[in-house]
Design a protein around this ligand. Structure first.
Ligand code: GLN
Length: 198
């Protein structure tokens, strides 16, 4: 059974845990850095990235997470995507700098700051519902980054190796295809690790 951590310092973690459980994996609410040990993957939920950074200042949590995301599958949604990005703008902000993307925080302004869109993506199974809440915009992606979905020509779901990021909230839709994709990445990573230890 896959063990998937959900960073539970603040923000939208409960619905992520429910999605993970619905797909048959074990969900662990991570509130301390020592809980990162032994996880097959981690979800960093939406919320407020500045608040996350403040919580992560304690107990060496930021450094532990920084080490973790270098080689363990991690999925950042919204504020979580901001934490994974190499470059954060509006305003410039500290991050884990694990994915070669530039994000602009709160990029849709007051009028359009929250919206639900349904669009085709590269995921099989037809159009995907995407819930945006004070979303950032991915304004640049590096060559290693694969774009899986877009909104108005800007990437909203991206993958770089073992890392996945969404600027929307897949945990708020009944469709679990994005979480299933992440669990597939985590499972592949786990079996590759088992093989290299054999
Ligand atoms: N606006 C938030 C930030 O900049 C992200 C919003 C979200 O996670 N829904 O951190």
């Amino acid at each position: 059974n896959l063990k998937i951590g959900v960073l539970a310092l603040q923000g939208a973690y409960a619905a992520h845990a429910e999605a993970v459980i619905a797909l048959g994996a074990k969900a662990i609410l991570v509130r301390r850095p020592d809980q990162l040990a032994g996880l097959d993957g981690l979800i960093i939920p939406g919320g407020e990235s500045t608040t996350f950074l403040r919580h992560l200042e304690r107990d060496g949590f930021f450094a532990a997470l920084d080490t973790f995301v270098r080689d363990t599958p991690t999925f950042g949604t919204c504020a979580g995507a901001i934490l994974l990005a190499s470059r954060v703008e509006n305003p410039t902000q500290h991050s884990l700098a694990a994915m070669d993307i530039t994000v602009e925080r709160n990029a849709y302004g007051r009028q359009n700051d929250s919206t639900i869109r349904t669009a085709e993506t590269t995921l099989p199974g037809g159009p995907l519902e995407m819930v945006f809440i004070r979303a950032p915009r991915i304004s640049h992606t590096g060559p290693e980054v694969e774009v899986l979905a877009t909104r108005d020509d800007f990437p909203v779901l991206v993958r770089q190796g073992h890392l996945l990021a969404a600027t929307f909230h897949p945990e708020l839709s009944p469709d679990h295809r994005v979480h299933r994709l992440f669990l597939t990445l985590a499972a592949e990573h786990k079996s590759a690790a088992v093989e290299s230890n054999a």
